[in-house]
Write a protein that binds this ligand. Structure first.
Ligand SMILES: [Zn+2]
Length: 414
């Protein structure tokens, strides 16, 4: 049997992305479309109209997540779900999130053009507040839908100005119903820009993401003693900043010995923070990431032991608090293979990779077989107005998404 050639319509997709970029436009070509603002509402209204124009049944859940359903031959079957987010960072680019939602819309439009019927229904989705720029934490809509976050906590979340999530949702007219959530999809697929330099450096068009890298966040507090900077001899001081600086240097030197380990001390505070007083307290964060959980955990243990010993020698005090720990999420091997077959069929260059950043796919992976696709970000730039991806890579990413949606929508089991 020869396979019918079914290609997505790149010009139509690029026109959709162009129209999206007109909502919340910034001077240098980026977008500011914070979640649940008037700009977000405008984008949602247009997306709703586009979904209706291609015959989708639309609905909104109690977190403002928007869905459009394309019927299958058997509507008792669970749907293939695909999408991402339409909110942006304050200085966001045109593609972050947008590509995943409009890529999924383009998949539906292409199926409509070709008159293709699938066994399963297909649903496309726009998740609320993925960026976490206005309401924290990030990925709030998908996390709440997957019940990682509690409903009431989510609805009561406030932005910096004190505006409440549920009130803002109501204000823009996107408070929906709990029964509209899609908590039992057959699978979830997300197409996203890489937001890093790996694909471009390796000369690949498509990244098949096997999982999201885990991380550990620690907070270290060094306690010494305050004293006068002019009268206390150096050997009589218990200078918390001096010890903290040695510990931080050690954090980095130990990390250098472990391949692929990423570490950063991104936050540092000295107390009482006075120019002529030796600090009695220094507090700093440690962010640790590695593709393999056991390597990250071994490093964390070694780090804690080493820093404690160094502190003991100086006869000061060190407390290390565990702030957060998230294991590596692994995506569905079955879906990964379907994506690789699609890339191969079209002759696209691709590679397997891990994601360093969180995405809606992370929380969907908790409730359904999930996979994530990347396309290159030029110079690895994202969360900035310069964010850019080549049209030819966008075409390849959406084509792989199309083939994957189609294959899975006709698949009995995963
Ligand atoms: Zn994103």
């Amino acid at each position: 049997m020869t396979q019918q050639v079914m290609n997505i319509h790149l010009e139509r997709l690029m026109e959709t992305i162009r129209q999206s970029a007109e909502i919340g436009t910034l001077p240098n070509g980026g977008i500011c479309r914070l979640s649940l603002t008037d700009e977000d509402k405008k984008m949602r209204d247009l997306f709703l109209q586009w979904m209706k124009e291609c015959g989708l049944e639309t609905r909104v859940d109690d977190f403002g997540n928007m869905y459009g359903r394309r019927k299958g031959k058997n509507n008792e079957l669970t749907p293939v779900l695909a999408g991402s987010h339409l909110d942006t960072q304050p200085k966001g680019g045109k593609y972050d999130g947008v590509l995943g939602v409009f890529g999924a819309l383009e998949v539906v439009r292409t199926l409509n053009d070709l008159g293709v019927e699938t066994e399963r229904p297909i649903e496309i989705v726009n998740f609320t507040n993925e960026e976490g720029a206005r309401f924290q934490p990030a990925m709030l809509g998908s996390g709440a839908m997957a019940e990682v976050f509690k409903k009431q906590t989510t609805l009561n979340t406030k932005d910096q100005k004190g505006s409440v999530f549920s009130e803002e949702l109501e204000r823009i007219g996107y408070t929906g119903l709990k029964e509209n959530r899609q908590q039992d999809p057959f699978c979830f697929l997300e197409l996203h820009i890489e937001q890093g330099p790996v694909l471009e450096d390796r000369g690949k068009s498509v990244g098949v993401v096997t999982g999201i890298q885990g991380m550990t966040w620690l907070e270290a507090t060094v306690t010494g003693r305050t004293s006068h900077t002019g009268t206390t001899p150096m050997n009589r001081r218990k200078d918390a900043v001096r010890l903290a600086s040695k510990l931080i240097a050690k954090v980095y030197s130990l990390a250098e010995e472990v391949p692929d380990l990423l570490v950063a001390v991104g936050r540092f505070q000295a107390f009482p923070n006075v120019i002529n007083t030796v600090a009695d307290q220094a507090v700093f964060s440690i962010d640790i990431r590695h593709p393999e959980d056991h390597v990250r955990e071994r490093f964390e243990k070694l780090l804690k032991e080493t820093l404690s010993t160094m502190t003991l020698v100086e006869r000061m005090d060190l407390q290390i608090k565990d702030i957060d720990k998230i294991g590596t999420d692994s995506f569905s091997e079955d879906i990964i293979e379907v994506m690789e077959e699609a890339a191969e069929r079209h002759g696209y260059s691709y590679m397997r990779m891990l994601s360093g950043a969180g995405h809606d796919a992370k929380y969907l992976n908790r409730i359904t077989p999930t996979a994530l696709l990347f396309i290159p970000s030029i110079n690895g730039l994202s969360h900035c107005e310069e964010e850019f991806s080549e049209a030819r890579d966008i075409e390849k990413g959406v084509q792989v998404l199309f083939d994957t949606v189609l294959a899975l929508a006709n698949k009995e089991t995963l």
